[in-house]
Structure formats: C-alpha cells, structure tokens
Design a protein around this ligand. Structure first.
Ligand code: KG4
Ligand code: ZN
Length: 347
C-alpha cells in the first residue's frame, strides 16, 4: 500500500482526541500530531464519569480537536487521505458524537472512512510504537478493561481471559474514593503506597486457585473497606501511615494477581507461538511502576521481550485509532454512512 495520512478520532470515554498519522508501507508509522482534551475537571465531584456530561463535551470539542490536530501537523483537510474513528465499545453518547463527526468529514471530503474498535486501538499500539511483529501477547489493563489477547492481526484476536467483574483501574479508583483520595485514583494510590508497608495487610489474591486467565478485583476493594473500617473503629480515624499501608497492600495484591495470570497467559501463547515471544501492555494501569515490574519479571522468566508504550499512548488517544484504522484499510476494510456506534463490541 502507498503511504497514507490518516485522521483519527476518539471519544468513547472521557477524553476527546484527534490525531494525524502517516502510515509508511515499509517503516514505522509517524505521529504528525496527537491532541487529547481530557474531561477530568468536568466530572470532578461526581465520583466518576457522567455519560451525559461526557457526550456533550465530546460533541462540543471534537471539531476544535480536529482543527488543532491539523494545525499542529501544519496540514489542512485536503492533506488527509482517510478518516478512522472509534465506533465502540464505550459510552454511547460520546461514541455517536465521534462517529457523526467522522461521517461529516468523510461526506464533505469523499475520503474513505473506517470504524475502529477502541480495544483494537489499544491492542495494536505496540506496533505503532515498537513495530512489534504478530503474534504477540497483550495485557490490556485500564479503567474499563482487563483482558489477555493474542494479537495475530489487526482484525484477528484470541481472548485468553479477563476480569469477571471490575477492571483494575476501576478498583484503584474505588480504593482511592474509600480512602478520601482524589480521582483518578490510580496515580494517587500508587503515590501513597510508596511510603507504605505492603506486608501489613494481606489482601486476597482472587481466583488464583482457579485455572485459566480470568481475574476478579471487586472482592479486593471489599476486603480493603473492611480493613479500613476495622482501623477506624479501633482508633477513631486513619493515620497517614494506615492509608499508605492499605494502598501498598492493595497494590501488591493487584500486582500478584496480574503477574500470575500473565504467567499462565504467556504459557498458553507460547504453546501455539513463536521464536520471538513478546508481552505487551497497554491501558492506564500499565503506568503503575510496581505492577509493571511484576509483569516485566514474569516476561523475563521465560525470555519474552516486554513492551510498554509510552504513557501518552498507553492511555486513551486518537493516534492508536488512526494506526488501527490504517491497518484495517490495508486489509481492505472500509465503512460507509451506515457505520453504527456500538456501546458493546467484544474483539
Ligand atoms: O487507559 P485509561 O486512561 O482509560 C481507560 O480506562 O480506557 O485508564 C485509566 C485508568 C484509571 O482507572 C486510572 O486510575 C488508572 O488507569 N491508572 C492507574 C495509574 N495511572 C492510571 N492505576 C494504577 N496506577 C497508576 N499509576
Ligand atoms: Zn481506553
């Protein structure tokens, strides 16, 4: 395929994003610009993302985002050759806003349009950043997702298992709330845990006694709640150290569960795969240094290369959507005005 300049759009959760990407036939793709407008401030005080507020903000900000991405790349729409947009899964109002924006651009310019699965965007990021070859093992760990995938192609994924309840990021966020820390909770809990003793509270390691790669994180948060209430009842409050120890204990438990399940997923992947095994991670939780170290250790045990994209590309962004769109277009995939926004869309 010839080189291609792709506009990507992302609006499935609480980030409005647009990016321009240059796909080269032989050689790394180049991010020409990547704009992410977060909505954290809009949802502060609600204890989570409010879908209606998110959808309105996406609808209001998408065109600004596109304009900004074009400006930063020194381009106009006339330089764009294809439009890729997240068509799900996600908060449906936001996904609809993105799909309608992309359809508008495609209708106005005649450019090819391709709908991208948000999870595929995350899952293909190691190819964008590190040119990782298929097939590789991906652990996707974010606020909304937690699953192991063998990534065999842009449209070819084998799911090995995942969470049966909360995603780890969601658990971090809930733990932060239980301890009076601000949102998003992951980075806050990680910071508190730095001065904590992970051995003081031994929280459960859910589902390790069961075979396979499925995980569960909601019980962990309940265990932490119980530990917190016991301390509060005994001492009529939490000290700084109590809080740090609770955070460290919780984080250690998530690390251990993810590490052990990754060990199993790697074994399944190696069974049917390659000389050059790769474990890649994506999603906001992959930013956690303790968790990352746990995963790196497991990868090195079996000689797999560990790939973690830079944080800005691990979390929600539109460059990954443009990239996934580019691979799909190269496979001959193309959508038209009948493209629908999907709240659920398993890979
Ligand atoms: O991938 P992401 O930006 O959004 C989606 O969920 O798609 O992930 C955000 C999640 C939040 O739950 C946040 O608390 C968590 O990732 N997170 C972390 C850390 N940084 C972000 N969790 C643990 N440790 C961190 N350092
Ligand atoms: Zn995401």
């Amino acid at each position: 395929p010839p080189p291609l300049t792709i506009l990507g759009l992302e609006s499935s959760c609480d980030d409005t994003a647009a990016a321009l990407l240059r796909m080269e036939p032989d050689g790394p793709a180049q991010i020409l610009s990547s704009v992410v407008l977060g909505q954290t401030a809009l949802h502060a005080g609600f204890g989570g993302v409010v879908p209606e507020i998110a959808a309105r903000a996406h609808a209001e900000k998408l065109d600004t985002c596109v304009r900004e991405a074009l400006m930063r790349a020194g381009m106009t729409l006339a330089d764009v050759e294809a439009v890729a947009v997240t068509a799900g899964p996600g908060l449906i109002g936001g996904v609809i806003a993105g799909v309608m924006c992309a359809k508008g651009i495609a209708a106005g310019t005649g450019l090819p349009l391709v709908g991208v699965n948000h999870l595929a965007g995350h899952a293909l990021t190691p190819r964008l950043t590190d040119q990782v070859a298929y097939p590789y093992l991906m652990l996707l760990v974010s606020g909304g997702h937690c699953q192991f995938l063998i990534v065999r192609g842009a449209d070819d994924f084998t799911r090995l298992g995942g969470t049966i309840d909360d995603a780890p990021g969601e658990a971090f966020d809930k733990v932060a709330r239980l301890l009076g820390l601000p949102q998003p909770g992951g980075p806050m809990v990680e910071r508190e845990a730095l001065s904590g003793d992970e051995a003081r509270f031994r929280f459960p390691r859910p589902l390790l006694d069961r075979p396979g790669c499925d995980m569960s994180f909601s019980g962990l948060k309940t265990a932490l709640l119980r530990a917190r209430d016991t301390i509060v009842a005994e001492n009529s409050g939490l000290t700084r150290q109590d809080r740090a120890d609770l955070c460290a204990g919780f984080q250690a438990s998530v690390r251990d569960v993810l590490a052990e399940k990754t060990r199993r997923a790697l074994a399944a992947y190696l069974d049917d795969t390659p000389a050059q095994p790769v474990l890649a991670v994506a999603g906001g939780v992959a930013a956690n240094a303790t968790i990352r170290l746990g995963l790196e250790t497991v990868a090195s045990e079996i000689g797999a290369r560990f790939v973690a994209p830079p944080l800005a590309l691990c979390t929600d962004n539109a460059a990954m959507i443009a990239y996934a769109g580019g691979e799909l277009l190269a496979l001959g995939r193309r959508d038209d005005m009948t493209l629908v926004a999907r709240p659920r869309w398993p890979l």
